[in-house]
Design a protein around this ligand. Sequence first.
Ligand code: HEM
Length: 270
Amino acid sequence: MIAPKLVMEWALKQRIAQVKLAFEELEQYMLELIQECRNLEKNAMIYIAHVPLQTSSYKTLAGNIFIFMLAGHETTAHTLAFTFGLLSLHPDYQEKLYKHIKSIIPDGRPPMSLLRAAIPVARHQIHEETHLLLSTWLSSMRHSVYSLGEYGVPHIGVTTIPKVAAEDTTLVTTDRVGNEVVVPVSRGTSLQISVAALHYNPRYWDDPLAFKPERFHGDWPREACLPFSSGARSCLGRRSFETEGIAILTMLLSRYKIELKDDLKFVNKT
Ligand code: HEM
């Protein structure tokens, strides 16, 4: 069976070459971005202006730009796409949200107070004025680790979070029939937190597949909702995303109705 092996190797090499090219192009783009910043008359990014190229500081800078672009852009874009997908599947809810938005911001432009109100969600509080917006958001974040592929909306929030055990420990859980299970974990073990399994777990979420933003109005299991992970290394851009997300959701929804396009070319695109 040498032929399939050769084909696999060839395909893998092609893929690796594409990834390498993408990295090179991205690096070039970052370089241009940094140079552009240096040429700005009023340079807000003073740090960038002074980092010499081809040094370790430059590499750190490029690394940070890279992580912000990747961690910040794809996640935000997909979560917004996912939210719009869910709203188009739930037109009655979309209408309710539209009326809510219009009642607090008639011209559709989010005032600073509304943007500031997006922040309490990071502290797991729902602000009275914006509860529908924020619960829509949380609901979509809970869902977005799953695919709406048949409607042309791919998943991706972050589906699994890799961690390494910092010390020897034990994890205690229960099996399907309720027996306690103790799992010893030694220092250095690689672990994957399955966010998808957590967000769709019937142990924590009643009717887990349903889009029910109101489940976030009362008490809800905070530790079972980890779209941004948790702890010291959780998402650095969470508040930035929540503010941006609420602003975009508010502005678009106050001006447009989101509907599913009844067109075959949008079906089953993942
Ligand atoms: C829907 C939007 C986003 C989601 C779902 C998301 C999710 C996550 C998750 C799950 C992690 C891993 C945390 C861990 O390892 O425990 C992470 C890390 C990170 N995120 Fe986000 N993120 C989002 C938006 C953003 C934005 C907008 C930025 C930047 C502006 C950003 C910057 C980062 C950075 C820098 C880290 C690494 C933090 C560290 O290692 O200390 N993220 N994010």
